[in-house]
Design a protein around this ligand. Structure first.
Ligand SMILES: [Zn+2]
Length: 374
């Protein structure tokens, strides 16, 4: 068994959990075995073959809600550019640990596990729960499965260990991904008047969405909603009239925005007859920084890192979009030892010394909660 969070990070990086296909089960069981040995009640839940998520519970003496630590076991693919480091060797150099998932977010999971082992040795009033999910990267499918099957139990506060260089993030915008499908009628390229050009229809849609505005003031912490035309695809060969063209939109939203309303605004602008499909629909997540628990998180982070945290938010989405509502929206923080700039990058690494720093932060947050100090 790994003797430190650093060792466990290396072991986890050596499991290839690139999603797709994910294959998180081996990593899930490796972590589950450690937690079981520490006294946790461990259950595995797979939403598909070899796609296990782990829920580990440690009870307290009182019948109060536990604190939940959560992270994801999967990683994104390696990308097209070759790596200069082996992405699964977990080599270290100059204080950095290299590998796919080192920052996003196997170091975070390893730090949670070692903090949890320590908390399990002490008496506690309230419980501690770890929810380690499969398939976050492609749209939180693992977390959504846990929520749907009703196995999450309760939580009174939540720590999401996504990469933040051990600085607290208090939320993130929602994500609404849309696929706009334009239909036409094919014909020979020499007789285009016999066809109906789907690519031209897609071009109309793109032009109409180019100056799309949301007409709402920016959120104090989350900023503005955005829309990005991520891809446009259509046509098979130069001498045919294309009968199908797709446009992909990535819309990032604020808490007060309704995704239904945004869909109808996009539909109204798109070329008539365009089919609209939601490929991802995740709400934003936001935790009020003036709340008592979050204030205590800030002071713990300041004491351990020596830096006063700002009220920042994460650029990416997290499982908090699913788990927060499933737990009745308890206060939460996004806080992990990985570097957010390294997430999804070629030659991803994490900074080794932040791993133990995260263990200390997590241990303090967990024991404060479990001993009923906040
Ligand atoms: Zn992540």
């Amino acid at each position: 068994m790994a003797s430190s969070a650093f060792e466990l990070t290396r072991n986890l990086v050596r499991f290839d959990t690139i999603n797709p296909p994910g294959n998180e089960s081996h990593a899930a069981h490796a972590v589950g075995r450690i937690l079981e040995a520490a006294g946790f009640r461990v259950a595995y839940h797979s939403f598909a073959s070899h796609r296990d998520s782990v829920i580990a519970d440690l009870d307290g003496s009182d019948n109060e809600k536990p604190i939940c630590f959560t992270g994801h076991l999967d990683t994104v693919p390696l990308g097209a550019v070759p790596w200069s480091q082996d992405p699964f060797a977990a080599e270290t150099s100059q204080g950095r640990l290299f590998g796919r998932g080192s920052s996003d977010m196997k170091s975070g999971i390893a730090a949670m596990v070692f903090a949890a082992i320590d908390v399990a040795r002490r008496p506690r009033r309230r419980g501690l729960k770890l929810v380690l999910t499969a398939s976050e990267e492609t749209g939180c499918e693992g977390a959504a499965f846990l929520a749907k099957t009703g196995v999450l139990g309760q939580a009174g506060a939540m720590v999401v260990g996504e990469p933040s260089s051990n600085r607290p993030f208090i939320g993130h915008r929602g994500a609404l991904w849309l696929k706009l499908v334009h239909h036409g009628k094919t014909a020979h390229g020499s007789m285009p008047e016999l066809g109906e050009n789907a690519v031209v229809k897609a071009a109309h849609t793109i032009r109409a969405l180019d100056d799309f505005g949301f007409n709402i003031p920016p959120h104090k912490h989350l900023g503005k909603p955005t829309i990005n035309i991520g891809y446009a695809q259509g046509g098979a060969n130069v001498n045919s009239v294309p009968d199908r063209a797709e446009v992909g939109l990535d819309i990032r939203t604020l808490p007060e925005q309704s995704h239904d309303h945004i869909c109808s605004m996009v539909s109204a602008r798109a070329n008539p007859g365009t089919e609209l499909e939601r490929t991802l629909d995740l709400q934003s997540a936001f935790s009020d920084p003036s709340g008592a628990w979050l204030r205590s998180v800030f002071s713990t982070v300041e004491r351990i890192t020596g830096q006063k945290p700002a009220e920042d938010t994460a650029p990416y989405f997290t499982d908090a979009a699913i788990l927060g509502p499933a737990y009745g929206n308890p206060p939460f923080v996004i806080l992990g030892p990985g570097e957010k700039e390294m997430a999804h990058q070629t030659d991803e690494y994490c900074v080794v010394e932040r791993i133990d720093e995260a263990v200390e932060i997590y241990r303090t947050l967990a024991s404060n909660w479990c001993e009923g100090r906040n």
